[in-house]
Write a protein that binds this ligand. Sequence first.
Ligand SMILES: N[C@@H](CCC(=O)N[C@@H](CS)C(=O)NCC(=O)O)C(=O)O
Length: 134
Amino acid sequence: MITLYAFGPLFSLPDPSPFVMKAEILLKMAGLPHKIDLNGFRTAPKGKLPYINDDGERIADSTFIRSHIERKYKFDFDRGLSAEQRAIAWAFEKMAEDNLYWTVVDARWMDDANFNNGPRTFFRAFRHLFAPSW
Ligand SMILES: N[C@@H](CCC(=O)N[C@@H](CS)C(=O)NCC(=O)O)C(=O)O
């Protein structure tokens, strides 16, 4: 059974992290049974969520999770696309994840008017993940 490490529902979303939602959708699309663990942040291999544990193998980063599913379970998320379409899809994916993502971060974390909705709500919900462990 695959375990997906996530933050948990917030902001009326299954998870405040778009990358966690992406990883969960990938697992669902591939039809892979999985459970969700909300207590993995402190031991995350890259200090970030998501990551998965697949039969003892830990894979961090949603893009590497995707590659893992494609390689191990022979599931092609882009089936039916031509080589050109695959390249365009990859370019849009990287634009969204590496560039547009930061506009979400800016609105959620840097806009003072949004402080109550963003940072305050986030740290209230997930304070157990960030509180010192001593
Ligand atoms: N490239 C990574 C990005 C993961 C990421 O940035 N996760 C954020 C939440 S959206 C995180 O866990 N941040 C915690 C931190 O930076 O301390 C992926 O695709 O999984």
